[in-house]
Design a protein around this ligand. Sequence first.
Ligand SMILES: Nc1ncnc2c1ncn2[C@@H]1O[C@H](COP(=O)(O)OP(=O)(O)OP(=O)(O)O)[C@@H](O)[C@H]1O
Ligand SMILES: [Mg+2]
Length: 342
Amino acid sequence: MLTLSGISKKFSQTPVLEAIDLAVTPGSRTAIVGPSGSGKTTLLRILAGFEAPDTGKITLQGRTLFDKQTVVPAHERGIGFVPQEGALFPHMKVGDNIAYGLKGPKDENRRRVAELMELVSLDARLAAHWPHEISGGQQQRVALARALAQKPALMLLDEPFSALDTGLRAATRKATAELLAQAGVASILVTHDQQEALSFASQIAVIRQGRFTQVGSPAEVYSRPVDEQTALFLGDALIFTAQVSHGVARCALGEIPVANPSISGERRIMLRPEQLIITATTASQAQATVTGVDFSGHLSTLTLMATGWASPLEIKTVSQPWLQPGATVGVAVQGQACVLSH
Ligand SMILES: Nc1ncnc2c1ncn2[C@@H]1O[C@H](COP(=O)(O)OP(=O)(O)OP(=O)(O)O)[C@@H](O)[C@H]1O
Ligand SMILES: [Mg+2]
């Protein structure tokens, strides 16, 4: 539905985006995740039509929005945009903010505003309030309602939940995802919160210094990250050196199957912490000694060491009374290790 190819952008000689390719299918949810300054907002602004790329092509539903010859202006793109900050017009009441851009007669607009407010779970009475009189979370929902009012084919959300506290953030994210699904609107969410990305999206694009390092499903990018930085960006990871051959990695934790049997040699491999199981029996492949326990209620962080290990391993596990410094434990590994590219 949406295709970006070869999008590049420089700001005064400094490359900010380089050769970005992306495809978004109708009604799907894509998250772009990456550190601050990696070019996320710039990419959304280019999509929305507020910024022109230096090179590349953008098409939406078969229509070219940007290429060498074409520049479709922002208001003709059929793309909704909820910006990172300053989304609302401060001098307009909430209802007028939502109605901004609606072209019908006044009565019909009022009805439509009420519908949209219900859609984003906002109390209809808030329509008569000024933006500064409502909470950050409510303001973000107003911005979303205003963008939805345009019935866009694609919705761009630039860190729309960042001002909310953890609980409200998760609830608003879920509500927004459901809302967009109901309306059949495809969306691109920008965030530097990897958990938010993993739970919101069906497709994740990891961006670093203006380049996509990996694009794939949440499970793919989480379990099979291309490199160490991507692995660590998406969550806790255990990374160590192994001898890889014939689909098996030999390492401090014993022999672990790897996904790609054609890889061989000394390589860095990655496991997610949930792939390690600490057992009381020492019958598993690897044994280790508990050298430290950081108790934090339900979970404890164990520091494990064994002869032949280059450095201790830290892993979170469900707290158990017998997990004390000095205890010997078995370490079993579930699933496959991911061989990193570098
Ligand atoms: N109008 C501009 N002129 C010059 N440089 C810019 C401009 N807009 C952005 N930049 C630079 O481009 C880079 C990418 O900025 P961008 O806002 O896209 O990052 P971001 O990934 O959205 O970061 P954040 O997570 O902090 O919002 C930064 O180095 C920024 O300073
Ligand atoms: Mg940004």
